[in-house]
Design a protein around this ligand. Structure first.
Ligand SMILES: *[C@@H]1O[C@H](CO)[C@@H](O)[C@H](O)[C@H]1NC(C)=O
Length: 256
């Protein structure tokens, strides 16, 4: 249940929590830590091909690649998965041995099987076109009850964010910049099976424009018009109408 409370980038935290079960006995000598990665991606659609590769210095005696919280390991640096299945999903780690020394363990790699459940839908409120400095909320919505959602921006390796409701999650982006432009997809999954994810949502393209000032000016003008409509609202508000912009803003809220 602690997973629900995570507010920062979820995937890594999930892994570090779930992977505490096993520890490689590593003598921390002078050996550099190996790295572990999945290619083409650690998000592996079911039935596709994925390779897990442990990379350390050349000419060492033995590589060990293990799947945490299982009794599975192999003494080879590469695991080639020809057809991704649910049973391969999980958390991996590797190390290597040279002489009597073991290297420190690599980073933990989460291999996620995607396409296990139907895709959620991704939408943007109020609009897909946002002006710089504005706010937008991306909502990932599922037909089924999931407590975890992950949002990816194309080109990023880590999920943008992760949060939880019952059938949807909101990903608010405040003070939007041009860097937020791009293609987004989201996934839904259950904290009970953190490595089995839905298919990705259809892609959603967020367009950030530099027209922030123009839009703001238009809105202010609109607010003034509303405030100045004769006979509408309390008399006090009408008087304020043309004076200062902040006052006019407040006036509209009083009327509504
Ligand atoms: C592994 O051991 C050999 C023989 O002692 C040594 O030559 C080599 O540099 C070691 N490799 C690393 C990465 O330490």
């Amino acid at each position: 249940m602690w997973i629900r409370k995570q507010t920062t980038s979820g995937a890594f935290l999930l892994c570090s929590g779930l992977c505490l079960g096993q520890v490689v006995q590593a003598q921390l000598g002078t050996l550099p830590k190996p790295s572990l990665q999945a290619l083409p991606s650690s998000l592996a659609p079911l039935k596709t091909q994925v390779t897990i590769r442990c990379q350390g210095p050349p000419d060492v005696d033995l590589y060990r690649l293990e799947k945490l919280r299982s009794r599975k390991y192999q003494d080879r640096p590469v695991l080639f998965i020809k057809t991704m299945e649910e049973s391969f999903a999980g958390c991996y780690r590797c190390s290597y041995q040279n002489g009597t020394l073991w290297s420190p363990p690599s980073n933990q790699l989460e291999l996620v099987a995607t396409g296990v459940y139907a895709k959620p839908s991704l939408s943007a409120q109020p609009s897909l076109a946002v002006s710089q400095g504005g706010d937008v909320t991306l909502r990932c919505q599922s037909k089924y009850s999931f407590d975890q959602f992950a949002l990816y921006k194309e080109g990023d390796t880590e999920p943008h964010k992760q949060s939880a409701e019952q059938y949807w999650a909101n990903f608010p982006i405040t003070a939007v910049t041009v860097a937020h432009s791009g293609i987004y997809r989201c996934y839904s999954f259950s904290s009970k099976f953190p490595y089995l994810w839905s298919a990705p949502s259809d892609p959603l393209e967020l367009v950030v424009t530099g027209e922030g000032d123009a839009v703001q000016a238009f809105l202010l003008q609109l607010l003034h018009t509303l405030v100045e409509v004769p006979g509408e609202g309390p008399t006090g508000v009408k008087g304020v109408g043309g004076e200062e912009k902040p006052e006019a803003l407040e006036g509209v809220f009083i009327i509504s």
